[in-house]
Design a protein around this ligand. Structure first.
Ligand code: GTP
Length: 315
């Protein structure tokens, strides 16, 4: 356990100029490589994938973090059931996911001629004009250069795409470029998830709440509403049954920081132990908990920051 002397302005990570954040979903007929592409993107610089539905019915597959952007890849579960009729799938998709995301990735393989399935999806996509569609020519490692070039032309004639990007999830060809292109279609806005990681939001908030409860025990009188907790990172260790959790406790003044930490860190250690036990019970896993106490001057007085950082759910 550790504590920091730094004074962290809360506005820094959320007010970066030109930062973009938002949601993408990939669609395409079965077997065109959507899942593999998602996994390849998620495997780079991400994050934990989550299979729990979000409040908006979306399932988050992962988050790609960039210096200037955060791309959240959402799943389209209906599309992965080959037995469902394509039309039905698209119908429900168009009504739900497609209108909720900021950009759509339409996947067409480089190594197969464009078929009826692709044409059908293209027609459907053409009907909804609000969301930009990036056509992604997948599996380029399976096609020769001339074939890829031909396919790019054919795809461009299939509809009115915001961009066309050839990629290979297998070789990694153009994956970074694809992320750049997709991010360029996201709206400007602050990061929607903590940097470097993704967990289910509700779980994260519960964990933060348990830490806050532990930190307030015994000092509620002195610090009635002055502590807020943000879970910066939650990383399940693949090699053993352990979740590493890094959380920041925000207080408003250095004097409050001294109270939270206690003599030679004794109080903070107790807070950590108490919170860890509860979090372990919640998550059903062993937990390593790293708590840092930070002074964020008058963080309570900026409602926008409070809301964005989830503080309003805790104070
Ligand atoms: N060579 C090569 N194969 C790929 C690539 N991407 C996907 N594949 C293969 O193509 C097959 C289908 O890939 P999926 O990712 O399951 O395709 P999908 O579009 O998600 O399929 P559904 O889940 O049925 O909708 C798998 O055997 C993959 O290994 C690629 O970039 N190169």
């Amino acid at each position: 356990m550790d504590d920091l002397d730094t004074t962290t302005p809360l506005s820094a990570p959320t007010q970066q100029e030109g930062f973009r954040s938002g949601f993408v979903c990939f669609i395409g007929r079965p077997n065109v490589g959507k899942s593999t592409l998602m996994n390849a993107l998620v495997g780079r610089k991400v994050a934990i994938t989550s299979d729990r539905p979000q409040t908006t019915r979306r399932t988050i597959r992962g988050i790609v973090h960039r210096e200037n952007a955060q791309l959240i890849i959402v799943d389209t579960p209906g599309l992965h059931k080959p037995r469902t009729l394509l039309g039905e799938r698209l119908d429900s998709l168009v009504r739900s996911t497609l209108v909720e995301v900021d950009v759509i990735g339409f996947c067409i393989p480089a190594d197969e001629p464009i078929g009826r399935g692709d044409t059908y999806i293209a027609r459907e996509l053409a009907q909804q004009k609000e969301t930009p569609v990036v056509a992604i020519v997948t599996k380029t490692d399976k096609a020769r250069r001339a074939q890829i070039a031909q396919q790019l032309v054919a795809v461009s004639e299939l509809g009115d795409w915001a961009d066309i990007v050839p990629v290979s999830a297998a070789s990694g060809f153009q994956l970074d470029e694809l992320v750049d292109v997709l991010c360029s279609h996201l709206p400007e806005g602050p990061p929607l998830y903590p940097d470097g990681d993704l967990t289910d939001e509700p779980e994260e908030i519960l964990v933060a709440e348990l830490v806050r409860e532990a930190a307030l025990a015994g000092v509620r009188e002195e610090l009635p509403h002055s502590i807020a907790v943000v879970v910066d990172e939650m990383v399940p260790r693949e090699d053993r049954d352990l979740i590493e959790i890094y959380a920041s406790l925000y207080v408003e003044r250095p004097s409050q920081k001294a109270i939270v930490i206690g003599t030679k860190g004794s109080r903070l250690r107790e807070v950590g132990t108490r919170a860890r036990r509860q979090i372990e019970a919640l998550l059903g896993s062993r937990v390593y908990l790293d708590l840092r106490v930070r002074v964020a001057k008058d963080w309570q007085s900026d409602p926008k920051q409070l809301r964005r950082l989830g503080f309003d759910q805790q104070v």
